[in-house]
Design a protein around this ligand. Structure first.
Ligand code: SAM
Length: 211
């Protein structure tokens, strides 16, 4: 990996998490190659270098609550889980989410909440209230958001769900090649910084690409 990944915590965590756990049997021999691999449902586990770069650019710390859109294999989720307080992750394919939940469970990772649905709409605005014993209204708000599939533009519900001083990292673009973008919210104003060109599968959904 090396290259421009200089954050020692990112390098350490990626050294600790066995990528082979997240890669289907047929691709085990390529688990440590620096490239994306198929994980089923026409989706991919991201290239390790891009996982490291996006994690570094998200500038997380131990106090962060992170929303991840596109659980996929759960590899990026696992990397984030070791660096932050809590990860909330959304995947549209139940089969991928369930498989990721099983792997993270096996690895003893317990600070992740999974949701199956359209992540372009953000985290659901209702959650179970254990005192009232019913679903209750919640205004979710995250310190960091990572989108791991290409978006035509950063979905509005996600801009609404991140805190002042927070960051969103996302591949943004209409064609096969996107720009990796870091958005920062300061004084209710969003600034954008471009990192590099990337290639991601599309985020399909209400605020993503049409299915
Ligand atoms: N970070 C993942 C990993 O480490 O395996 C790879 C993510 S893969 C490149 C993108 C994922 O986004 C796919 O699993 C895809 O099903 C999911 N996805 C696409 N549209 C989505 C949506 N609207 N909501 C949630 N997930 C979505």
């Amino acid at each position: 990996m090396g290259r421009d990944i200089t954050n020692p915590d990112v390098l350490r965590v990626m050294g600790e998490i066995r990528r082979e756990e997240f890669v289907p049997q047929a691709y085990q021999s390529q688990a440590y190659a620096d490239g994306p691999l198929p994980i089923g449902m026409g989706q991919t586990i991201s290239q390790p270098y891009i996982v490291a770069l996006m994690t570094q650019e998200l500038r997380v710390n131990r106090d962060c609550e992170v929303l991840e859109i596109g659980t996929g294999s759960g590899y990026q989720t696992a990397v984030l889980s070791k660096l932050v307080k809590k990860v909330y992750t959304i995947e549209r394919f139940g089969q991928l989410s369930e498989s990721a939940q099983a792997v993270l469970g096996r690895l003893g990772i317990s600070n992740v909440e999974f949701y199956i649905g359209d992540g372009s709409c953000g985290w659901p605005r209702q959650r179970w209230d254990p005192i009232l014993q019913r679903m209750a209204k919640w205004e979710p708000c995250f310190d960091r958001i990572m989108i791991t599939a290409a978006v035509p533009k950063v979905p509005l519900p996600l801009i609404e769900q991140f805190t002042e001083g927070g960051f969103i990292v996302a591949p943004v673009g209409l064609s096969g090649v996107q720009e990796l973008v870091v958005c920062e919210k300061k004084a209710a104003h969003i600034t954008k910084r471009l990192i590099c060109d990337v290639r991601f599968v599309k985020l399909l959904g209400e605020y993503g690409f049409e299915e």
